[in-house]
Design a protein. Structure first.
Length: 193
């Protein structure tokens, strides 16, 4: 049984917990404290508002501890705002948060809430079937470092990538009934333990 945490300050926390609950040998855990962070085998940083989540990470004194754990190999998956939190560079913003993945991200790259959309793509690393992708005020990756593997593009924009123990997606797999991305992440967690 692996314990997979979902950072529980804001965003699609319940949806990730529900998706993880559909997988065998997984105990989903909402993480809001250092104590809870120290008990998980992997963590998901959900979509939401990256500025708000970043502020709460500091207020709850979790930012440095989480950064250290990721640097030491904790399997981590950032969806949407989570991708922004993990990026080393953010377009038009000097402040970064966890500074963990060698990517340059553009916030709200797809526009406002009204510009949200759903598409389907096959991501070979994840599934042979097309996966539904929900984009809501989504970022995209403008540049990747040499240690970053691109997993998916939509309209030539990088929307999913992986680097060692970190995965990021612009889109929200937790807002669909497809759990293949969650299964993929849980398999990474199991391999690292």
């Amino acid at each position: 049984m692996v314990r997979v945490g979902v950072l529980g300050f804001q965003g699609s926390v319940e949806e990730h917990i529900a998706s993880l609950s559909n997988l065998e040998d997984v105990m989903p855990v909402v993480v809001k404290t250092k104590e809870m962070l120290n008990k998980v085998d992997g963590i998901i940083l959900p979509g939401g508002e990256s500025t708000t989540i970043g502020k709460l990470l500091r207020e709850f004194d979790l930012l440095d501890e989480l950064k250290k754990k990721i640097e030491n190999g904790l399997p981590t998956w950032g969806t949407c705002a989570g991708m922004i939190l993990l990026a080393k560079r953010i377009v038009n913003q000097s402040e970064t948060y966890l500074d963990a993945m060698d990517i340059k991200v553009r916030r709200n790259a797809y526009g406002s809430q009204l510009d949200s959309f759903i598409t389907k793509e096959v991501i070979k690393e994840i599934s042979d079937e097309a996966i539904p992708m929900v984009f809501i005020r989504a970022p995209w990756i403008e540049e990747c470092g040499e240690n970053v593997d691109i997993l998916a593009k939509v309209n030539q924009n990088i929307v999913a990538a992986k680097s060692e123990n970190i995965i990021v997606t612009s889109f929200h797999p937790e807002l669909t009934n497809d759990i293949s991305f969650h299964r993929y992440f849980v398999d990474l967690v199991k391999k690292s333990n």
